[in-house]
Design a protein. Structure first.
Length: 90
């Protein structure tokens, strides 16, 4: 049996895969650490309507989360690097 997305659910974009790979490389994460990247509608005044949340969930240890106030498709690797390394977990 092949797993396919439910109707109306798209597979992750290649850009999201690139962002996940960049997060893994920038933070030196192992394959057991989950990386979740999701877009949400922002309810904050003065911020773009879409924001992107990057979550890192290690098997052992504390979870970390970063919010970028732009749609995922507009986030460059340089922006991601600046955000992750500026607020790097200890």
């Amino acid at each position: 049996m092949y797993l396919e997305p439910r109707p109306g659910i798209a597979w992750p974009s290649p850009h999201l895969r690139e962002l996940k790979n960049a997060v893994r490389a920038l933070l030196g994460l192992d394959d057991d650490t989950a990386i979740i990247i999701r877009q949400f509608i922002s309810g904050e005044v003065g911020h773009p309507s879409l924001e992107t949340v990057v979550a890192v969930l290690p098997m052992d240890g504390e979870a970390h989360r970063w919010t970028l106030h732009r749609p995922a498709e507009q986030i460059t690797e340089n922006e991601l690097r600046a955000t992750l390394l500026r607020h790097r977990p200890s």
